[in-house]
Design a protein around this ligand. Structure first.
Ligand SMILES: Nc1ncnc2c1ncn2[C@@H]1O[C@H](COP(=O)(O)OP(=O)(O)OP(=O)(O)O)[C@@H](O)[C@H]1O
Length: 400
């Protein structure tokens, strides 16, 4: 059974923040749902408890990206002299994140998900666009200005092996951020590290162990404890469970679900697996070749997806049991490879693999906007979106 975190784990600052974050929310994540699923080891089913802050005007925006772009210079050696080209890793991404909300970011390998994560945490500086955190423009903030903000913008890495320094003990790994950000007095650091180990389900007596003395799942828990230590407002989790065994994945996901509610943390959850994202996210952004193709609530994306690319991704994952009529009964098979981000197609980037593409798709880039039949806050970048007519018919029949 998952108990709520004891009072000692939560500072007064954090408690007030959690109360503010949860104010005006219809319902939060049920820890019972987490507990029930922990017993079976399966991922959490949030179907009855999900919160959609996007449709909740009381939730305040904590982070926003406006038309953010990141170009990486790459050298090409085709002629006598190398030419410098640009990889358009992220090319005009816009979204907001509300306090306490979880936004899932999905898409195939190379679509720019990790780059978005690194831009948000300002490990990378955007080439263009604007990033705002709590109303403050941090797009080009220098390291000195970023330092106080780093506490609030934490990153959990994909690789639990490479992300922990093998020469440091757990006490140093988790204790250093506590010391740098002066979270607790120096003489209380050890005690606090032990509390954090308990919070993430590790033995506090293992405080003097080194990373190589833990399993992959345990190391990821250490990474989570390190991120939690500074009581952040936003955590970017970049494929946090993809390197773990399936049974361990469920445990780590359940732990993060519990913590995000009880500590009021907003998450940007990056994954290529639509199944993992579904269980963890309030809203989902589907990316393709550096762009967001579709953005909507969990119900929008899994119940009434309108972008052909989202439909193709869902259609390739029959285990997801999406809503009837949400995707064509016959599996959609995407042909061809993802084009190079150095020279993406004109107009709609997905058009070279899209079965609905017409001339306009090569000429005009479709904006990410609300379309007919889509709920409020559900935006789609497509000239020919698919509408779930069965769902609309059902809704009309119910209201008649
Ligand atoms: N430092 C870099 N220099 C040059 N190109 C880069 C750099 N980092 C990323 N890229 C390129 O930018 C594009 C997006 O990369 P990114 O890692 O963000 O994708 P991703 O969706 O996270 O992929 P994956 O799921 O495989 O991690 C890729 O084409 C990648 O090769």
């Amino acid at each position: 059974m998952t108990e709520p975190l004891p009072d000692k784990y939560i500072s007064e600052d954090l408690r007030q923040r959690v109360e503010q974050t949860n104010e005006g929310t219809t319902e939060g994540l049920s820890t019972d749902a987490v507990a029930a699923n922990e017993a079976t080891g399966s991922p959490v089913d949030l179907s009855q408890t999900i919160v959609h802050p996007s449709s909740d005007p009381d939730r305040k925006t904590i982070l926003s990206l406006e038309n953010v772009q990141k170009l990486f210079p790459v050298k090409e050696y085709s002629g006598l002299f190398p030419t410098t080209l640009q990889t358009r890793a992220v090319d005009g991404v816009t979204f907001d994140l509300a306090a306490g909300e979880t936004l899932g970011v999905v898409g195939e390998s190379g679509c720019g998900k990790s780059t978005v994560g690194r831009l948000i945490t300002r490990l990378l500086e955007p080439t263009d666009g604007k990033i705002t955190f709590e109303g403050q423009d941090i797009t080009h903030a220098k390291e000195r200005e970023l330092r106080p903000m780093r506490r609030n913008l934490q990153l959990i890495f994909q690789d639990p092996y490479g992300s922990l320094n093998p020469r440091f003990t757990v006490q140093t790994i988790i204790g250093t951020p506590l010391e740098i950000h002066k979270i607790v007095p120096k003489n209380k650091i050890k005690e606090r590290v032990q509390e954090l180990l308990e919070v993430v389900g590790l033995n506090p007596e293992h405080i003097n162990r080194y990373p190589n003395e833990f399993s992959g799942g345990q190391r990821q828990r250490i990474g989570i404890a390190r991120a939690l230590a500074v009581e952040p407002k936003v955590i970017v989790a970049d494929e946090p469970v993809s390197a773990l065994d399936v049974s361990i994945q469920a445990q780590v996901m359940n732990l993060m679900s519990k913590l995000r509610k009880e500590m009021g943390i907003a998450f940007v959850f990056i994954a290529h697996d639509l199944g993992v994202v579904r269980h963890f996210s309030d809203r989902i952004a589907v990316m393709y070749l550096g762009k967001v193709m579709e953005l909507g609530s969990r119900d929008d994306i899994y119940g009434a997806p309108q972008h052909p690319y989202t439909q193709a991704l869902l259609s390739a994952a029959p285990d997801l049991n999406v809503v009837r009529g949400a995707v064509p009964a016959e599996r959609i098979r995407l042909v061809g490879d993802v084009p190079s981000p150095i020279d993406p197609p004109s107009g709609c980037r997905f058009r070279t693999r899209c079965w609905k593409a017409q001339d306009i798709c090569a000429q005009t880039e479709p904006p990410l906007e609300n379309k007919k039949g889509a709920g409020s806050g559900h935006t789609i970048a497509c000239h020919f979106p698919e509408i779930n007519t069965e769902m609309i018919a059902d809704a009309e029949a119910t209201s008649a």
